[in-house]
Design a protein around this ligand. Sequence first.
Ligand code: ADP
Length: 543
Amino acid sequence: MRGLMMNTPLLISAIAEHAARYHGGREIVSVTADNPRHRYTVAEAMARARQLANALVKLGLSKGDRVATIAWNDYRHLEIYYGVSGSGYVCHTINPRLFAEQLVFIINHAQDRWIFVDPMFLPLIEKIADKITGVEGFVVLTDEAHMPDTSLQNVRCYETLVGAESSDFAWPELDENSAAALCYTSGTTGDPKGVLYSHRSTLLHAYAGVAPDVMNLSSRDNVLPVVPLFHVNAWGIPYSALMVGAKLVLPGPKMGDGETLYALMDSEDVTLALGVPTVWLALLQYMAKAGKRLDKLKSTIIGGAAVPRSMIEEFRDKHDVEVRQGWGMTEMSPLGTVNTAKAGLESMSGDEQLDLATKAGRGIFGVEMRIVDADGVEQPWDGVAYGALQVRGLWICSDYFRLEGGAGTHTPDGWFETGDVATIDPHGYLAITDRTKDVIKSGGEWISSIELENVATDHSAVAEAAVIGVAHPKWTERPLLVVVKAEGQEVSKDDLLAWFDGKVASWCVPDDVAFVEELPHTATGKVKKIELRKQFADYRLPD
Ligand code: ADP
């Protein structure tokens, strides 16, 4: 017997309508290249999204067509999220920090018809214009007064395009399984792969995101996503925040600038901020130097890479800010786990709480996880056994765009291979040991680079650390610790190596330390291990 409930489709436009009706007066604050503090309301944002929707019709787009963005986190980008997806087109967010060849590949593979671009990224496009001839035109995200000169053809001004339209627009009734957004993985191995989110997956992910044990987001929050709108939809914040009516604070091009981030958080009363560890490193360094404290921030969601214990401790002890570590990936929309204490664990000591907080967190309802060994045999959740991590669920990709099963990333029984190696403890807390390709294979045993990095960054003289495997005649690979020293601090190789005594098994202690001025980072702020391995390709371990 079938249930007798309405089958209302889960659509992104429903968030736009709900937000305008219930939270229309809520503010959206942005830093943009042409305005250090732009502010307007949710009602205005959603009206402009509808104006944009009218303009898109006139551009002659058909349902499912890809409209790309190359832009920072600001209000115009947010309008495109809703205007494009809400109308049934696919919002393809492109990472501006990619190499030119990757940009060309992604734009052509996605078959983008129009590109909406921040003025500062025009030179990037001009350089590749002759290789992306399928693109019909470009919309520059500014007003007429700030339109830059460009050699590109068919260029429009965003404010003029939107300003010419009425805000009367009826969002179409779409199939909830139709595509809404597209984001390519960064392509550290081979060509980037396109993850194609549906309206349904996006809404279910947004619902899950606001829950108390996930982001704990409500209409009383002021949210600062430092994670870019081009990086897995800023972890779903543009949808979750508008769903509940939280105030959005968008940092524009000032993502890595500790001083601006602090000023934004302080003056806009930010209660929740989200970003990768590297970004928070910059913020914490700025605050330590300037003697500032975060009084209003309640919690921060940090993910995308392992969060150092010292970072969690500094937020907690100096700023009274709760760090919630999260784990996920582009293919997972991205939320997989978030770390909060379960009932019964509140009585832990401060140190035990810290130990727990360094884990990636518990699986969110909607995502199933399992760890398997090399033969595909499931491993126990005992916190010790490790295995390749596989997931399945409501917002996890079933395939990649235009690859038709060719990626080989799904098991025959329908689980997605994350490429991560992990343990899961009896309480269900996941700890990422490594990425399959970063794990150090020493004499048949696996050494976790993440574990060693965490120990290293807990040393006060270490600002940032990365561990890579380097060739070894007997053990195949041995760990090399690469370190950026904290400003004004000194430490010797021997002292650093001694720091590992008693903290990790003796055979896991790195064989050597290399000091560098800085580490190479990916476009999303993670250490680029591939690049680092290239840098140390000729490196020889001491005898
Ligand atoms: P990419 O880095 O390939 O562009 P994502 O941004 O989707 O892709 O990153 C996903 C990967 O980031 C995960 O598979 C995992 O290896 C790593 N990652 C994310 N969160 C964490 C975390 N909390 N701890 C350790 N690794 C993490």
